[in-house]
Design a protein around this ligand. Structure first.
Ligand code: SAM
Length: 402
């Protein structure tokens, strides 16, 4: 496998940056990746030194688990309000600098997206597709215009903004920002070492960055990726082609795709779950099951559920809903994933839960035990490290007739 640089690699589809934009973006990245963890460290100290003991005293020695009650107590601290306000301001500043970069080159980027593809993979758009309201109604995690805004035919701005945001948003995302795909592949290599998928599908692929990790790892496989957003898919297709990766992109709703039953050996998604509404996620799990060939695997990677992390992190995580335009985040984190997998058609012994030891791909790469353990879900919540990603895994028995 190619060595992946720690800093984001430039590629032909990326929006160009002026000297001043690059400097601003480096400053925002520093604030996000250096200041915010320090502020979080401070509020964690306050929680353990005073807030948690105070709550315990008021509850006759019982540890308070409910994130709403923890929130009420934490929000009384001016420091915490400053911490969360700063988080929001830095997020908005990040997108402000990215819009400044992308806005002057909208037409140029659209032209590039039209001219770069060289027929390695394909792009299938569906102008009649109704983009779900849970995608269009919010500027998700504050990205201006959200995922699906299209100012003119051929627009790719949503993709150009997203691409440059990843390395600011997530430290250690790596040169090609495919860290989450690599985390799933580490899991597959460790837990299912003989698994050799012939057809792979990535659901909610955005700009197809995680998708590319599968092309790298399984060069013989036919790799497909879908999303509901045309601007993202145009960008994703041109990006993959410019980088020399064959991927077949299509504009489809992951709740009900047009692929035949049993068409894929591997169906994956990366942080799609928490951005779907509560009716949509069960439908996507059922669709993943329908699409699996006998002997196939589905892996959905996201952050852990609330009952898999400590009470302080429950408070920190759920701020994403309150402060970062992630309306479905908290509801998703309370879903009973085991029950949903059974309702989606998986047998109880076909459902697994795993955790990556750390969040960022760069560290996961260093760690020989990036996947902490593999165990069946449904026998009490397994403890997550609280720092890593969590994988929801379903298998389809090889003996089963499709
Ligand atoms: C957080 S992003 C996913 C990030 C990406 N998978 C990665 O590897 O980093 C969520 C994506 O899912 C897409 N999406 C949301 N609901 C969808 C659905 N029902 N079907 C297909 N795509 C969907 C959004 O348009 C967005 O691009």
């Amino acid at each position: 496998m190619n060595k992946i640089p720690a800093n984001q690699a430039e590629h032909p589809m990326m929006a160009r940056r002026s000297h001043d934009d690059a400097a601003r973006q480096r400053a925002v990245r520093t604030l996000r990746q250096r200041l915010l963890p320090k502020l979080a460290f401070g509020s964690r100290e306050m929680y353990y030194r005073s807030v948690e003991p105070g709550m315990r005293e008021r509850h006759d020695g019982r540890v308070v688990e409910d994130f709403r009650e923890i929130r009420r107590a934490m929000m009384e601290l001016p420091y915490v309000r400053f911490q969360l306000g700063t988080h929001r301001v830095i997020q908005e500043l990040m997108y402000e600098t990215l819009v400044d970069t992308v806005q002057p080159q909208l037409e140029e980027l659209a032209d590039k997206a039209r001219s770069l593809p060289r027929g390695l993979g394909s792009l299938r758009l569906d102008p009649a597709l109704k983009v779900p309201r849970y995608v269009t109604a919010v500027d998700i995690h504050c990205q201006p215009g959200g995922y699906a805004h299209e100012a003119f035919p051929g627009d790719v701005a949503a993709g150009a903004i997203y691409d440059r945001s990843i390395n600011m948003y997530q430290s250690g995302a790596g040169g090609m920002t495919e860290y989450m795909g690599r985390a799933v592949i580490q899991y597959l290599d460790k837990v299912w070492p003989d698994f050799k998928p012939r057809r792979i599908l990535d659901l909610g692929c955005t700009i197809g960055h995680s998708t590319l990790a599968y092309v790298r790892r399984f060069p013989e496989a036919e790799v497909h990726a879908l999303d509901v957003s045309a601007p993202l898919l145009r960008y994703a297709h041109a990006r993959a082609e410019a980088l020399g990766f064959p991927v077949h992109f299509s504009q489809q709703n992951a709740e009900h795709t047009d692929f035949p039953d049993g068409h894929f050996d591997l169906v994956v998604s990366h942080i799609l779950a928490h951005e779907t509404a509560s009716q949509a996620w069960p439908a996507i799990l059922a669709e993943s099951r329908r699409l699996l060939a006998p002997g196939g695997l589905t892996v959905h990677i996201d952050l852990p559920q609330l009952d898999e992390i400590d009470p302080y992190r429950r408070f920190i995580y759920t701020n994403e809903t309150q402060f970062n335009n992630e309306p479905f985040w908290t509801a998703y984190r309370q879903m009973d994933l085991h029950r949903l997998m059974i309702e989606a058609g998986f047998a109880a012994d076909e459902v697994f839960r795993d955790f990556t030891a750390v969040m960022a791909g760069r560290d996961a790469q260093k760690s020989s035990d990036a996947v902490a353990h593999s165990r069946q879900l449904g026998h009490g919540a397994p403890p997550g490290s609280g720092l890593g990603f969590a994988m929801l895994v379903g298998t389809r028995s090889a003996a089963e007739v499709a």
